[in-house]
Ligand binder design. Sequence first.
Ligand SMILES: [Zn+2]
Length: 436
Amino acid sequence: MTESTATTRTSRPPLLRAMVPALAAAIALASWWWAPSGDAALMTDRALLGLIEDSDLYTVDVDPAPTVWEHYTIAQGDSLANLWTNQWQLPEAALYTLLNDPKSADILRQVSPGQHLEWRADGEGSLQALRLWTDPSKGWEWNLQNGQLHRSALTYERNLHQVAVRGEIRTSLSAALAEMPSLGGRAQAIAAEMGELLPLASKARKGDRFSLLVDLEYIDDAEGAYAARLAGFDYEGEQISVRAARFDDDRFYTPEGKSLLPGFRRTPFNSEYRVSSPFNLHRHHPITGRVTPHLGTDFAMPVGTRVLAPAKGVVRTVSYHPLAGRFVVIDHGQGYQTRYLHLQKAEVRPGQEVKQGDVIALSGNTGRSTGSHLHYELRLNGRPLNPMTASLPSRERLQPDELRRFQNQYAAYFDLHEQESATAVAGNGNRRDNAG
Ligand SMILES: [Zn+2]
């Protein structure tokens, strides 16, 4: 792809301005074979795009989340293509890149139930790496950089085992875990996972008791654990009392099947507003042909429209950015985050807890915006999802068949805790189960 070499112009003749949408369309059509030059080069990409309705072709790096590996174990009846686009919301282009390599296509066509997949995507939704474990110590890894694919065999010895740890809070959970050598040096990661699940920062108290079940992955004969994931936990405290385990869908549920994630509304407002620019990871720049992803959904709405929290959460950021304008970021737990750009006014402050439906801001037209609208983003573990189509963590309970499966899977675990914590529970009769 050729990059535009145009320089900035601050004023445009009216005739040219009127011609621009038609010009842009013509260029988009012609860009299959025609390298941009001539009249189009009179304008910068941005100046041209500024005249096309509601185009905000940028992302804002607000305190970017570290990219994490996401996991999935293939189940009976799964289709990779379906999981890829619908469930994981990974870019289709990356799947095509993989399938264009005959050897990779061969490997991926033979994916079968029980095999384990891991992937990592960046803050623009681009796939960086994918691993397929065909058995516990063998598999394939693909790395994608600038559209280039590198495939390698995973041949190292991979040992998985589960450890149970128990303890009591003296200062903090992370301090308590740091003293536990069986966590293979992964105490901080586990404490962070617990922090996503429970409001430990504000509600953990000295004397709170916990037991955790952790999946550890060791490779070759390295000293520390290569990876660690929380599988389940039992937290008995003065202000928090929750027991939960991770289910197939990677989310945590109580033994009764209640989700620890809050209910989610599809959109952060009450009325219907027109989508003026949809989420699109592959949006092509009409002139340069470069992929310029649109990481959120734009809704055309009058300045001053009330923006509502789509789910319970904690306000992470309230700030101003020259492109995004006034913006708000809310964390909802387990890696879910929402972002609101071009606001007129924020009605919340960082650290504030919000409930579903609370007014968090008034929409506006601040920053680089060509008309009053709300740019709304939904992210999971730092990577953008389509807010209009993503499977939202809205189900608050497992369905009966899922609940049976979940309880069978974790029966031993929960029973074990029942026995272990019998003394702790005996005194107060009923135990509470809440999501904090
Ligand atoms: Zn937008």
